[in-house]
Design a protein around this ligand. Sequence first.
Ligand SMILES: Cc1cc2nc3c(=O)[nH]c(=O)nc-3n(C[C@H](O)[C@H](O)[C@H](O)COP(=O)(O)OP(=O)(O)OC[C@H]3O[C@@H](n4cnc5c(N)ncnc54)[C@H](O)[C@@H]3O)c2cc1C
Length: 247
Amino acid sequence: MKPAPFTYHRPARIEDAVRLLAELAPVEGRVLAGGQSLVPIMAFRLARPAHLVDINAVAGLDRLEARGGALRIGALARHARFHRRVVDGPLGALLAAVVRHIAHYPIRLRGTFCGSLAHADPAAEWGVVTASLDGELVAVSARGERRLAARDFFQGAVETALLPDELRVGANGKPPLHSRFQKGHSGNPEGVAAIAPTARSGCRHCSKRSSTGGRRPRAAGSAGPPRGARRSSPPSSTNPSPAICAP
Ligand SMILES: Cc1cc2nc3c(=O)[nH]c(=O)nc-3n(C[C@H](O)[C@H](O)[C@H](O)COP(=O)(O)OP(=O)(O)OC[C@H]3O[C@@H](n4cnc5c(N)ncnc54)[C@H](O)[C@@H]3O)c2cc1C
């Protein structure tokens, strides 16, 4: 199947991207970043944006800024950037360990960290990382800049607090003191990941602050945690892969 017809826009400046979104979001305008999630669903006509605002030519959005072990990740930072440690210490090690779980290399060359958060697939790695590390998401629109804590940003499977005319321009991650990541067998719809910053060293403390991804359906009316929600106990996983620790 082919995508439904749409008009393509390719702004070169962030101001132009924001202006286009303000104008086009009310008429089914949508951001295109790496296209690795959006284009397939357009091909199946599960999404039919009338306008695509391609941000790939916007200067400066691919920036990664590391300060004091923390990191700001620009909207066009591709997954593959994280194969190398982009920041010293446990955060860089954690990101480099996690990225290898995402799809395969050609997809990692194109897909973006921020696009993954905006798409909010429950099984996506970066959402779980960002929620576990108490990350902050930065969005801009014609109304100005808005910062959202990850726990407020993720509202459910493929549901976020991002407004249609907002452009995600970055994500800020705090450095964990210790972290742990694990994933269920690929194909397992309850893929689980847990990462936790804690003042203590040792994986047995990782459940202190952790997040769970996956597609476990919630019973109607149940108050179970949405994707990325913090848990106070370790997530259950069927046959998880060996944990990767990035101390
Ligand atoms: C075969 C395959 C396997 C995959 N496996 C995995 C996997 O194992 N783990 C995993 O985590 N992901 C996986 N993915 C998804 C991949 O990581 C995508 O790159 C990611 O989900 C979306 O990033 P993107 O930059 O491609 O966003 P796009 O596809 O361009 O956009 C996705 C959505 O986010 C919105 N969006 C994107 N950027 C912004 C922004 N800056 N501001 C506002 N809205 C924005 C778009 O409007 C769209 O709604 C897989 C994809 C494929 C095709």
